[in-house]
Every structure is written in structure tokens, then in C-alpha cells.
Design a protein around this ligand. Structure first.
Ligand SMILES: [Fe+2]
Ligand SMILES: [Fe+2]
Length: 367
């Protein structure tokens, strides 16, 4: 955070007074390099009006000095965002406000608390609850992808997965709702959330214990964390990766495993999933080329779901396949890579709940 730009437009932080000389409305969320500015964008809707904030709020603007985009604080933690100010921001076109990355764990904790409360609300629809869990999961993964304090995020991830399992326990049709609201356009975040939600739902279908389901859910949520240091150019490359790029890509299970192991908070079963989620039964996978029973069952399971989600997602270079097309590709074109028995169970599970549904899509904030 640049100190000289981290000041508010008025003296006391109490109200938002947008100075006419600041071309504040011209900065769009897509132009903001959150990592470089040390902030994380959150939907304005997430801020409760009139309630004391637990984090500082920032808005972007162009620096007077050099015209670069900077952020400046509009409200300090402990002060409320009043309804009039909220509406002012909304009318100005600010759908996103910014929180310092270092304060995100507090924000996510608070969101988790609100979600738990909403899950107990008998008037909220099952789909709305499922969407809330999905959005929370997205924020947790986003934080894990950038925050060096991975341990705190794993703890928040655990609470989130527990909230998902409680939701399934308490709500008829919860599994159907969770699968219905999966996102079809691919991003590292939505993919991680999809894999987590599908594997938790599948865990129930397979009759696993709650502890096992929590472990595989956590493994699903964090399985691609090792990609967080990969350059965007590799992550989003529409064409085939060059040999050196591919070498970096192949390293993500090992890198993720090492990062998460150091944090000391992830169960061993989940850690194995992170390390082995690209290993194939026939030995053609990576990083170690393990075969058959050398690969843990939960890793064999995530291998199927990881492939399924990638195939049924829309990428720059391909459209999304339907669930049945995906199963055909996994069972025939990729024959031999997966555990056949687990694959059959997954096909039965999809037969029951139907797979990802493009028509339920909503616009998403993340690229
Ligand atoms: Fe991966
Ligand atoms: Fe993945």
C-alpha cells in the first residue's frame, strides 16, 4: 500500500466525499492490479449498511502525481458505511470496493459467520444458500492463492467445508442445488470451488464419513494452490505449452503440496490429493508417474473430478462439453487413466443429479 495514496479524500474517515477533481469513476475493476496494490476487491453488496466495519475500505483512483491507478482509504475499520454513502457508491457505479489483503482473513471469518446464520434461515431458498457457500468458497480460494499466511486460510477453508456438509445434512435437495450452481466458465478459482463441491457431494453419495468428506473437500478446494506462482501467460495460454512452460505446469502438484505441508494445517489425506491429483492409474500421470494402488483412493477420486470439471468448463480454446460427452471422453479417449470402479460410481452419481447446468449461470466478477 502506498502511504501517500492511502489517505482519504476527507479528514476524518467518517464520510465519503468524492472530490470532483478525482476521476474516480473512470477506474474499472478490470484495470486494477490487486496484488500490486495489496488489496482484494469484494462486492459492494457484501458490506452491511449502518454496521461497524471490521476492515478498512478502499477505492481506486488515478494518482494526481503520475496518473497511475492507486487506492485510497474511504473508511476505517470500526466506522459504519451509512445507507446514503452506500447508495452514493452504487450510483457512482462502484460494484466493487477494496480491502487490504492482510485484513481479508477477518473479512472471510465474518462472511463465514454470516453464511452460517443464513443457512439457518428457513425463509432463504436452498439455491440461495448454495450460492452463498459457493461465493464464500471462491473468496477462500482467492485468498489462498495470494496470501502468504496459508495456515489461516486453511482453517477458514475447513469451516467452509464443514458448513457445506452441515448444509447437506440439514437440507433436502442440497446436493442438487450445489451441483446446479456450479460455474461453467473456467477460472482457477471457479475450478477449485467446483471440484470441492462436487467431491463433497460425491463423498455423500459414496457413503463416506463426515471426517473423510471434510478431508476430500479440503483437498478439492486447495488442490491447485501450487499454480499460484505460475505466470498468467501460462495459466491462460490458449495454445499448446512449450516444453519449459509445461515443466513449470507439471510442478504445481509438488509446489502446492510443499506449501500446504509447511502450513501444517491440512490433513494428511488432503495433502496426498494435492500431490497426486495428476497421477494416472496407468502410470502416465505426473509428478511421479505412480500406478494403480500406489495412488491413494482419494487422489484417484479427485483425478476423475478434476478432469470432468476441466472438460465441462468453457475455456478460451474450447467450448464446454456436456456431462455425458465428458463421461464419454473420460471413459474412452482417456481410457486407462482412471480407477474404473470409482468412475462407475461417479457416472451413477451424475445419473442421479444431472451434472453441470449452463442455464443456471450468472455473471461472475473474476476473470
Ligand atoms: Fe492440477
Ligand atoms: Fe485442477
Amino acid at each position: 500500500m502506498r502511504q501517500e495514496d492511502s489517505q482519504t479524500t476527507n479528514q476524518d474517515d467518517q464520510s465519503i466525499d468524492l472530490d470532483g477533481s478525482i476521476s474516480i469513476a473512470e477506474v474499472s475493476a478490470e484495470d486494477i492490479d490487486e496484488a500490486a496494490l495489496g488489496v482484494r476487491g469484494i462486492p459492494l453488496d457484501k458490506i452491511e449498511r449502518g454496521k461497524k466495519l471490521i476492515v478498512d475500505l478502499y477505492l481506486p483512483r488515478y494518482s494526481r502525481k503520475d496518473g497511475k491507478i492507486v487506492v485510497h482509504r474511504i473508511l476505517k475499520a470500526g466506522k459504519p458505511l451509512r445507507a446514503g454513502e452506500f447508495n452514493f457508491l452504487r450510483n457512482y457505479g462502484f460494484d466493487v470496493v477494496y480491502v487490504p489483503i492482510g485484513q481479508m482473513p477477518q473479512f472471510l471469518d465474518e462472511e463465514a459467520r454470516k453464511t452460517r446464520k443464513a443457512l439457518n434461515n428457513p425463509l432463504a431458498t436452498t439455491d440461495a444458500k448454495a450460492e452463498m457457500l459457493r461465493d464464500n468458497a471462491t473468496m477462500v480460494v482467492e485468498q489462498a492463492m495470494t496470501d502468504p499466511r496459508l495456515g489461516d486460510n486453511i482453517q477458514i477453508g475447513r469451516e467452509l467445508v464443514t458448513a457445506v456438509t452441515d448444509f447437506i445434512d440439514d437440507t433436502p435437495d442440497a446436493i442438487q442445488s450445489l451441483v446446479d450452481i456450479l460455474t461453467i466458465d473456467y477460472s482457477l478459482l471457479s475450478h477449485s470451488v467446483n471440484v470441492c463441491l462436487i467431491i463433497v457431494a460425491l463423498g455423500y453419495f459414496l457413503g463416506l464419513t463426515k471426517d473423510q468428506i471434510t478431508s476430500i473437500g479440503l483437498g478439492g478446494l486447495f488442490h491447485d494452490v501450487g499454480k499460484r506462482n505460475l505466470p498468467e501467460a501460462i495459466l491462460k495460454k490458449p495454445s499448446r505449452l512449450e516444453e519449459d512452460e509445461w515443466a513449470l505446469m507439471r510442478n504445481h502438484p509438488t509446489e502446492g503440496f510443499q506449501m500446504l505441508r509447511e502450513s501444517g494445517r491440512l490433513p494428511a489425506e488432503s495433502l496426498k490429493m494435492v500431490y497426486q491429483h495428476h497421477e494416472n492409474i496407468d502410470g502416465t500421470g505426473y509428478p511421479r508417474g505412480l500406478t494403480g494402488e500406489q495412488i491413494a483412493t482419494q487422489s484417484q477420486l479427485i483425478r476423475i473430478i478434476d478432469a470432468y470439471d476441466a472438460i465441462t468448463s468453457e475455456r478460451v480454446y474450447k467450448s464446454a462439453s456436456t456431462p455425458s460427452e465428458a463421461i464419454r471422453i473420460i471413459s474412452h479417449e482417456m481410457y486407462g487413466q482412471f480407477n474404473e470402479l470409482l468412475l462407475q460410481s461417479f457416472v451413477k452419481f451424475l445419473g442421479r443429479i444431472g451434472g453441470k447446468k449452463p442455464m443456471k449461470l450468472r455473471p461472475r466478477r473474476h476473470p
